[in-house]
Design a protein around this ligand. Structure first.
Ligand SMILES: NC(=O)c1ccc[n+]([C@@H]2O[C@H](COP(=O)([O-])OP(=O)(O)OC[C@H]3O[C@@H](n4cnc5c(N)ncnc54)[C@H](OP(=O)(O)O)[C@@H]3O)[C@@H](O)[C@H]2O)c1
Length: 321
């Protein structure tokens, strides 16, 4: 089969497109003919060997996919060959990939393959952040940082679905407009705006009850000036930086709860996936796809991801088989 894979040392040039062996499903796994696979920020980290990530080469990147089940490993029940599915697996930037049956769900019939492939990692992370960790309640004000990223687009939708007022940030006017169309009341520029001033104004001095954030870095200083007493902050990424200054006095006095998204086990991931898909379905909102690239053009897709010039998910599609 054809695949996009990291060939040797982790550099921008290490990404190759060519033949690799079709993987075999192990016990409890299914083999899927991939129709669409999303490109995740982690794929870029792995390709370049940044953020403490490295792969044994050669490695086919990618975790999210939509496609057709073509073989079952031992012990799989409840899934049959021919099922159209959305799954969180491994090596999905290829014509075939394997996923645990536990992380393989029916694909909504009215979603495209690209939309379905956009959900698993970002949707389940946003769901866990918004619903389980922050426990967003109706009427609360939720600030979503980097609302144009994959996680951000889901977080805006899910916080709105739970009845919150959503404020957002994004790095371009186009993304801010798109965030508002997605459900944010307004959106600010996390590079140029004085977030403390703008958010204080926007909340009449009350601050926000919840922050869903995946950038990290210096932004945390501003966020601590606008998080309300008893506020919750969930961090699920460090796109801008892994270190931040935390004002322990404010943390203590305000009783903030700061949650890391963590590394949930397989059963929890399965629950997040199921709940995320169900919530997206119940509010009739589809995952946001920015652009679909041919799998053979994965290198250009990585370039776009690394430029941050996209809204939602970038998706790869193998040639029709
Ligand atoms: N731990 C987990 O399980 C887990 C799961 C999913 C994601 N993550 C992590 O969470 C982060 C977000 O994931 P994602 O899939 O949403 O990524 P993404 O789609 O690549 O979006 C990241 C966004 O961050 C914004 N950004 C870049 N530099 C920034 C800065 N200095 N300040 C604020 N925003 C900045 C960019 O948009 P602008 O143009 O608006 O700046 C970009 O669109 C990534 O680091 C990812 O690895 C972790």
């Amino acid at each position: 089969m054809q695949a996009s894979f990291v060939s040797e040392s982790a550099t921008a040039e290490s990404l190759q497109y060519g033949p690799v062996a079709v993987p075999q499903p192990g016990a409890g796994e299914v083999l899927i003919r991939v129709r669409a696979a999303s490109l995740d920020r982690v794929d870029s980290y792995l390709r370049r060997g940044t953020h403490g990530m490295a792969v044994r080469t050669p490695t086919v990147l990618g975790r999210d996919m939509a496609g057709t089940v073509v073989a079952l490993g031992p012990g799989v029940t409840g899934i049959t060959e021919g099922d159209e599915v959305v799954a969180l697996g491994r090596g999905t930037h290829a014509e075939f990939a394997v996923a645990p049956a536990l992380h393989t769900l029916p694909r909504p019939a009215d979603w495209t393959d690209a939309q379905a492939a956009a959900l698993p990692t970002a949707g389940r992370t946003a769901y866990d952040a918004v619903a389980n960790l922050a426990r967003v309640r109706p009427g609360e004000t939720v600030l979503v940082i980097a609302a144009g990223g994959a996680v951000g687009t889901f977080a805006v939708q899910y916080a709105r679905a739970l009845g919150a007022r959503v404020l957002a940030t994004a790095g371009s006017a186009d993304k801010r407009d798109a965030a508002v169309r997605l459900g944010a009341e307004t959106a600010f520029d996390h590079y140029a705006d004085d977030l403390v001033e703008r958010l204080t104004e926007q909340t009449a001095g009350a601050g926000v009850e919840v922050v869903i954030e995946s950038a990290g870095g210096e932004l945390w200083t501003a966020l601590q000036s606008v998080l309300a007493r008893g506020g919750r902050m969930v961090t699920c990424g460090v796109t801008a930086g892994a270190r931040a200054n935390i004002h322990l006095g404010k943390l203590m006095v305000n009783g903030w709860r700061i949650h890391g998204i963590g590394r949930p086990g397989p059963a929890e991931v399965a629950a997040h996936l199921r709940d995320s898909l169900a919530l997206s379905r119940s509010i009739a909102r589809r995952p946001v796809v920015d652009r679909v690239y041919a799998l053979s053009d994965a290198s250009a897709a990585h370039d776009q991801l690394e430029s941050s010039q996209f809204f939602g998910r970038i998706v790869l599609a193998p040639a029709a088989q």
